[in-house]
Design a protein around this ligand. Sequence first.
Ligand code: CP
Length: 314
Amino acid sequence: MNESLSVNHLLGIKDLTPTDIDLIFKTADNFKTVINRPIKRVPTLRDITIANVFFENSTRTRVSFEIAEKRLSADVINFSSASSSVSKGESLIDTVNNILAMKVDMVVMRHPAPGACIFLAKNTKTQVINAGDGTHEHPTQALLDAYSIREKTGSIAGKRVLIVGDIMHSRVAISNIFCLNKLGAEVMVCGPATLIPKHIEHLGVKVEYDLKKALQWCDVANMLRIQLERQDIKYFPSIREYTMQYGLNKRLLESIGKEIVVMHPGPINRGVEITSDVADHAQSIILDQVENGVAIRMAILYLLAMKTNANSIV
Ligand code: CP
């Protein structure tokens, strides 16, 4: 395959072209076939060492990257700030340069500070993949979300995608907006006015404050968690009131007069933004999203590794 990405790092969806995203999807299609075979491992990244550096909690992203790396036969190092010398005052660059001194080829990083991955890519000699940086971007989540919409509905162009909840603090919402816009979908956001950033229309999205109307408009609804860990003030009176206005329950889902696809990036707070009977409903593709995350991350790791090889040959 001669095609390659236009970027050397994956720092955000903002940097990708629609052609890059198509290439990632096409490559993920191939890897999805591989990981559904009895022998799931391929030798593609043998002798490449990848460090998963997580300064913030994660279940899906960290495990999914580790599985993707192992399916590609890479050597994997897992590093979390809680059990490291970061707690003794070591800086981000010193920490990563020490890991790189042990001949690591690629760093997958999650960090609470927006822009931390950009900073790392500028100041170290490694390839960086952003696994979520504060309120900035979560590019692999947006790619697996768009891939899952394409898989479920056949295409993304022209689809109406609704993102509901805490848009203000959500890196998933921002990356989804960039990704879906680039692929020709229409995007609407919905939530309490206090959790919708001012002027978000400039990103090419519609805004609706009434959840039922928003659901009637969309083909796909992506329900987000309230990011309480990033909220330093109260944005709504109580969780109970939030759930009454913006929670998706089965009665509401069945009242809109059409069948929509329900998504959630996880972790789910059952009974808050989504009830269990909706999360586990036939219209929900939440676990398909998780499954597709492995193929998407394999595609990104492979395409970025090929990029380095191409650079070194030049
Ligand atoms: N969707 C997501 O990023 O989940 P984790 O925080 O568990 O990685």
